[in-house]
Design a protein around this ligand. Structure first.
Ligand code: NAP
Length: 344
């Protein structure tokens, strides 16, 4: 595609109002790299933080192309590429150098991730090294597949890779955003019971229609941990996906059963976490941080998505020209994922 140009959305400076569409040359894949025609990108809460300059310890090089999640089609491969060929459908793995096992040290300082600090996916074409690309599950469209790299893998990594979730256990997910709804769908598919918390009765009804076993409106019941405990007849839940932080951990531990696990994923309410030490000790509970996941877990998850016929919950799909409206939708508390269609 020599001399061809493409459209990208880029930030000359932090702030959603600074996001502008620009024209750039289509990148050329070097040795070990693949050129991908982006079909769709999906927005995550982190994209909003990156765009507003609120997440990365060091600012990325400007102008910066944001957004971590992408699904598309390989259209050209560089020399020595062996994992993929033109025509293959792929997604990008968020942590670009985390293949399996323990991640490289640079990850601890928030390096090496797509969509900040590394360039993001909000472009008609992107180049990735072949090690970062992951095959798309065949039954999913690009809009559906673009939801997987961050939100789905985070929920999968917590519940399955780290949490070894088993049939008959009870999972509690907080809110009805991207990560939580994937947590609900994955747990349900694996035969676990799922309690969803939300600010909205309407969203809770919607979650129940998708397989949630219980729902708690946290506006109505601020001491919702006790309610979750009662729902499980006093046994408590085995896994909590913690999205909020701060004092919310006090409720999460109240909901938790013996030897249960809280997976610290989000900080929607507070960047600090506070929890009662005695409650943690008496339950012999574990609090574990989660940071998306490695490529091997991503590939395991895709097989499970295929096997169980899991279809991502999509709140809305926006055109490539409507990127700002898509970010506005993210702000409103969508039910599931917000998508941007990049090419037909
Ligand atoms: N650690 C990781 O690897 C990782 C990966 C992905 C995301 N995250 C983090 O996980 C969190 C959720 O991400 P997401 O992409 O799933 O978010 P999202 O799709 O934007 O959904 C957030 C949902 O949470 C609820 N909510 C929003 N603000 C809240 C608040 N202050 N208190 C309580 N509930 C609130 C709302 O649900 P209701 O209206 O139903 O209440 C909202 O729809 C974010 O903090 C994000 O940064 C972390």
């Amino acid at each position: 595609m020599a001399n061809a140009t493409m459209k990208v959305w880029q930030l000359p400076a932090f702030g959603l109002n600074n996001l502008v569409m620009a024209e750039r040359p289509v990148p050329v894949p070097g040795p070990g790299e693949v050129l991908i025609k982006v079909g769709a990108v999906s927005l995550n809460y982190r994209d909003k933080l990156v765009v507003n300059g609120q997440l990365l310890p060091e600012p990325p090089a400007m102008p910066f192309v944001p957004v971590s999640d992408m699904a598309g089609e390989v259209v050209e491969v560089g020399q020595q590429v062996s994992r993929f060929r033109a025509g293959d459908r792929v997604m990008g793995n968020f942590w670009t150098q985390w293949i399996d096992g323990e991640p490289p040290q640079a990850m601890l300082k928030h390096g090496l991730s797509l969509g900040g600090p590394l360039p993001g996916m909000l472009a008609q074409y992107v180049v990735l090294t072949e090690e970062v690309a992951v095959a798309t599950p065949a039954p999913l469209s690009d809009e559906q597949a673009a939801t997987l790299p961050v939100a789905a893998l985070t929920a999968w990594f917590a519940l399955v890779e780290a949490g070894r979730l088993g049939e008959g256990q009870t999972v509690l997910v907080q809110g009805t955003g991207g990560v939580s709804l994937f947590g609900m769908q994955i747990a349900h598919a694996l035969g676990a019971r799922v309690i969803v918390t939300s600010h909205s009765d309407e969203k809770l009804e919607h979650a129940k229609a998708l397989g949630a076993w219980g729902g708690i409106n946290t506006s109505e019941y601020p001491a919702w941990g006790e309610i979750a405990n009662k729902l499980t007849a006093g046994e408590g839940v085995s896994h909590v996906l913690e999205m909020i932080g701060g004092d919310n951990l006090g409720q999460s531990i109240e909901a938790l059963g013996a030897a249960g696990r809280i997976f610290q994923i989000g900080f929607l309410g507070d960047k600090e976490v506070r929890l009662p030490a005695l409650s943690l000790m008496l339950r012999r509970a574990t609090l574990q941080g989660v940071s998306v996941g490695h490529r091997r877990a991503f590939e395991d998850m895709n097989r499970a998505i295929d096997r169980h016929g899991i279809k991502p919950v999509i709140d809305s799909v926006f055109a490539f020209a409507e990127v700002r409206a898509a970010f506005d939708r993210l702000e409103q508390g969508p039910f599931g994922k917000v998508e941007i269609q990049v090419s037909e």
